[in-house]
Design a protein around this ligand. Structure first.
Ligand code: GAL
Length: 444
């Protein structure tokens, strides 16, 4: 590894020296120049064989995520980029962001990092990011990226991240075996949901499984908020932080309805990540699960099939609304490599290529960020997701960092989770606390 890095640095020095020499010798004869040019080109060629490791921070560590990440590694390899893993497990990416902050503060960020939503602008404010337009020609992107994606990656009309996919968050997953066994219909309202859950409990079946961390509590809350507030008021509350909507009776109802789910919490789910609940669900230990469609990636990796082993429906009351989560990568300025952003350009072009976006999303459970691709090989849930994405109102998922910065999100989901797990806090008190918190988060 050391030899590799030394070679690469030597190559850069030599290449720069050689090019400077060509400029210096410009007034001299053409023969000398062509020998030097050939030498320099030869070095450029050898650069492809000796591409430096390209470090990428992400939090794809579960089996399905690992398979999708391997697609990224393979596509980069074809283009002579050696992917270097900087993976931080768990917490829906919360841990990864903290580690990234430490690395950036110490002046040693990776080449690229999985940063999404308003965090892109926050990192850009620190002048640490490379603008994507500096790396590649993005003039065609408008033609194949949907508006929500364009808005998500743009800061002051400049693209500051490369988007790869779109996950839907407001799904309810139904276990086919259990639903068939009891002849149950898919619940489309919360009333039907609780009736189905009560019936299943009476048969000794666990109706709902979920992990026990704040972001997972908040993911359930988010779907309930969409159903109780509607798309517009949801955005006013969680994107614009509109105080009237935050303190509205509909918000109190959202918290009350949310609390009714606490009866399905069990001691063993405390602290468990989403991988635990997704396994319990697919192993027929529980009938229903709320989770974004990355969970489908983990079932695909196990050979499970959409509509055979599990069904996907929008969370009750959220039909017609699509809460989105767009995975994207930012590129960091790397002082020692600044004269040569070649690898970062290849990284961006690879991630935006049709074949990568198709191969990746098919395993990841998402839709490609590009809307000009053939999805005929995608499973039935992705087909449904794609149709809904075209027609539904689209709202940014706040639990997935799409609506606010991750710092603001962390505070809000903690409040939601504390309320969920508290014996004494009323819905009215929680709403009051949310109002105070949002004021504090937005005061300058
Ligand atoms: C999300 C991310 C997804 C997914 C999930 C669980 O934040 O956008 O790609 O894999 O976390 O790790």
């Amino acid at each position: 590894m050391k030899y590799y890095i030394t070679c690469y640095i030597d190559y850069i020095r030599l290449h720069i020296a050689c090019n400077s020499l060509i400029k210096l010798l410009a007034p001299f004869n053409k023969g000398t120049l062509s020998i030097l040019t050939l030498f320099s080109l030869g070095l450029s060629f050898s650069n492809h064989a000796l591409a430096a490791p390209f470090e990428v921070l992400h939090w794809w560590t579960e089996q399905g995520e690992l398979q999708s990440k391997q697609v990224l590694v393979d596509h980069l390899k074809v283009n002579n980029i050696e992917f270097e893993d900087f993976a931080i497990v768990g917490s829906g990416g919360g841990g990864a962001i903290h580690v990234l902050q430490m690395r950036a503060l110490s002046g040693n960020p990776p080449e690229a990092a999985q940063i999404k939503g308003p965090d892109i602008a926050e990192w850009n404010n620190l002048s640490m990011l490379v603008g994507i337009n500096e790396l590649t020609d993005t003039s065609a992107w408008q033609q194949f990226l949907p508006k929500v994606v364009i808005d998500d990656i743009s800061v002051d009309n400049n693209y500051m991240a490369v988007p790869i996919n779109i996950h839907r968050v407001n799904w309810l997953w139904l276990n086919t075996k259990i639903f068939k066994q009891y002849g149950l219909a898919a619940p489309t309202t919360w009333k039907q949901f609780f009736a189905t859950a009560t019936f299943l409990t009476s048969k000794g079946i666990k109706p709902l499984v979920f992990g026990g961390t704040p972001w997972q509590d908040a993911l359930l809350f988010e779907s309930i908020a969409i159903s109780e507030l509607g798309a517009e008021q949801y955005k006013q509350a969680f994107v614009e932080f509109n105080h009237d909507v935050i303190s509205s009776p509909e918000m109190v109802n959202t918290f009350k309805l949310f609390k009714r789910f606490h009866r399905y919490a069990t001691p063993e789910q405390q602290g468990q990540d989403w991988t635990w609940s997704s396994q319990a669900f697919i192993n027929n230990e529980a009938a229903m699960l709320f989770m974004g469609d990355w969970v489908k990636g983990s079932w695909t990796a196990m050979g499970k099939k959409a509509m055979q082993d599990y069904q996907c429906i929008p969370a009750p009351g959220t039909q017609g609304v699509f809460s989105y989560n767009i995975d994207s990568f930012v590129l960091f300025k790397k002082a020692h490599l600044s004269p040569d952003q070649h690898s970062q350009s290849i990284f961006v072009d690879t991630l935006m290529s049709p074949s990568f976006q198709q191969d990746f999303s098919q395993l990841k459970g998402s839709l490609p960020a590009r809307t000009d691709l053939d999805l005929s090989g995608f499973d039935a849930c992705s087909q449904l997701s794609s149709t809904d994405f075209k027609h539904d109102s689209k709202v940014p998922s706040f639990t997935q960092n799409m609506a606010t910065s991750s710092h603001q999100k962390a505070q809000i989901i903690q409040l939601i989770s504390d309320y969920f797990n508290s014996d004494s806090l009323s819905a009215e008190d929680a709403v009051r606390q949310l109002g105070v918190l949002v004021k504090a988060l937005t005061s300058k």
